[in-house]
Design a protein around this ligand. Structure first.
Ligand code: DX5
Ligand code: ZN
Length: 230
């Protein structure tokens, strides 16, 4: 499984978003954009108009993480605008099958996110509808929070679930992922790593992405879940 790194612009300078996107472009696989609505989470960030502007300036595909109420109404618009991946929260979606299908129909990868206290097993039947599952490793809403180790057993179970299903679905972790924690995530089964403060808090964001990737690749190579590891 290939390791992918998705720097979160939540920790970037919002007044210089295009430059901040460019800063990680040589090293990143995705640009993670946290959409927060002050209802699903107690924070407010940005919405579709800003994503549309970013799409014009960013050379890296955009990974939209929607922390909003009523994603059934709003998510397809982000896919139609050109986001490469659109993730909705299981706790917020009322018609996930319809919404995930609409995301895919608009040409984006469909993601399903779960908060730290939400189990993954109830969503096993949705696996054919998704391209990525996002396991939050902090309570969503803010960057710079402490990584929650309690999510790691669930990540192992999610990896087993995905393996049973054929192994094509990506497993993303988001929250507190950095040099201290990324190896534990890779070992437990993650293959897509969101990092906000660990990237944009560094002097050289692109170099921070490369270092995180190298760490994750080393841990993945030795991980029991990774069949190609020897
Ligand atoms: C939190 C967001 C994350 C956030 C992660 O709700 O979904 O994407 O940017 O920030 P760090 O990596 O600083 O925990
Ligand atoms: Zn996020």
């Amino acid at each position: 499984m290939a390791v992918q790194i998705s720097p979160s612009i939540l920790s970037a300078d919002f007044a210089r978003l295009a430059e901040e996107a460019t800063a990680v472009a040589p090293a990143a696989d995705w640009l993670h954009v946290d959409v927060m609505d002050y209802h699903f989470v107690p924070n407010l960030t940005l919405g579709l108009p800003v994503v549309e502007s970013l799409l014009k300036h960013a050379s890296t595909p955009i990974d939209c993480h929607l922390m909003i109420d009523d994603p059934d109404r709003w998510a397809p618009g982000y896919a139609e605008a050109g986001a490469g991946s659109v993730t909705v929260h299981a706790e917020a979606a009322k018609a996930p099958v319809r919404t995930l299908r609409a995301i895919r129909a608009a040409g984006a990868r469909a993601g399903l996110a779960v908060n730290p206290g939400t189990a993954v097993e109830p969503y096993e039947d949705l696996l054919p509808e998704i391209d990525m599952m996002l396991l939050m490793t902090v309570e969503p809403g803010f960057g710079g929070q402490k990584f929650l180790d309690m999510v790691l057993p669930k990540l192992r179970r999610a990896r087993e679930m995905v393996a049973r299903h054929g192994g094509q679905i990506w497993l993303q972790v988001d929250g507190g992922v950095g040099v201290e924690t990324i190896e534990r995530c890779a070992d437990a089964g993650a293959d897509v790593f969101v990092a906000g403060s660990a990237v944009y808090g560094a002097d050289d964001p692109a170099e921070a992405v490369r270092a995180l990737r190298a760490q994750a690749e080393r841990a993945t190579a030795h991980a029991a879940w990774n069949a190609s590891s020897a």
